[in-house]
Design a protein around this ligand. Sequence first.
Ligand code: AHR
Length: 519
Amino acid sequence: MKKTITLCILGLGVWGFAALTAVAQPTTNRLVIHADQGRYTISRMIYGHFAEHLGRCIYEGIWVGEDSPIPNTRGIRNDVVEALRRIKVPVLRWPGGCFADEYHWKDGVGPRHERPARINTHWGGVIENNHFGTHEFFDLCEQLGAEPYVAVNVGSGTVQEMMEWIEYITSDSRSAMAEWRRKNGRQAPWRLPYVGIGNESWGCGGNMTPEYYSDLYRQFSTFVKNFSGNRIYKIACGANGADYRWTEVVMQRAGRHLDGISLHHYTIPTGDWGRKGSATRFGEDQYHGALRRALEMETLVRRHGEIMDRYDPQKRVGLIVDEWGIWTDVEPGTNPGFLYQQNSMRDALIAGLTLNIFNRHCDRVRMANIAQMVNVLQAMILTDGEKMILTPTYHVFEMYTVHHDATLLPTDLTCADYTFQGQSIPGLSVSASRNREGVIHVSLCNLHPEQPAELQAELQGARVNRIQGRLLTADSVQAHNTFDRPDRVRPVAFDGAQPTERGFRVTLPPRSVVVLALQ
Ligand code: AHR
């Protein structure tokens, strides 16, 4: 592969990289799309979300209460719901995260003024007033049109507590739990398709060994009952990043009792949890470092998948990446326990390349949930009181809705590397799919911060007559939306792709996410 050599000087400010670019050879990037080979469906659940009782995610970001001057429906803010409906949120994981293993659901039902105040020991030690509980969560899912995914408390809860919660939510009987739900205002049971049994049980969820967790999983999962026609997909707590032994042990000991096993992987720009790096003030070292670490998702998904293949060659069990995204230092002056960070064009590229990885591995990856939905980590939406902005990551999720439940088309990409200080990553990222109407969508990311990329694409088994495109880019990789400038990074129409005899050619602007519709 021909290489492009980039020499970058940092130190001229963080608002762009002053790149001295020495182009060694012109590079031809080539893509083959196997339009004749579609076999797997890209589950729309890959585009899932996660909302925890953490910082201003639930309280303020979603829940403002019925008496709030912020327009709301039964306490849930309308502007946020309306924006999230546009990205077709397919599934929402709740109530945590670490919070899940200290959450006792009975605190969060019944008249709000009677609900007990608890301390949120994980996230800032603030008072949790339990005003957002089971009824409010299911109302939110109904307003969003999303499937509920509840993470139950294994770390500090009991089997009985979990059983009763599932009965409360899903039973249509005259049982005490179902009657209590009716008394609290909900006649019909809700549908509960996904249950996660513990969260990060290797860490904040109990510091367990995989052997101990597997036994606990077997015990808890036995009592996850299907009431009144509801069918629950059971998700075991999976590995922390590259802890392959965790997956091995859980699959071996509990594999036949589970439907999905999770994986958590966060992108720390510096690779150092103690000094993660700023969300918006970073140089090329942390830009390249973040992309490199985000791309590790490909290895994680492949290697955990290989272990799963040994125990589950039929691929019955899904790999559920139910926490992922970039994790930076918090915004200056904000509560360190609230994990509030800005969201830049770098985040958009991380979202684009990660979703491309999930799409390409959709034979095993059946669901993913970005962390988190509002005001926490790699959020879709940031709020400030009654104000709301959409982040660059939101726009990628919106642009990629075309892949929801479409058929994956395998791709072969040969591209130049993007190299920084001797470390190389592929300069481009891609995935392709065909929807029910026969339209082929190709999502492409040019990861290089300064150089455009020419790409020649060949389509096998289909012809291209017409191309429509959308582009997300910005004047720098640090660019982000603010409450004063909410539209600095937003998608625009793109006409940089043309049909060719065998497919199409496209020039991708630097630091860009492009989605093409081929007809
Ligand atoms: O998403 C923030 C936290 O990250 C979650 O609570 C936990 O599961 C993970 O460590």
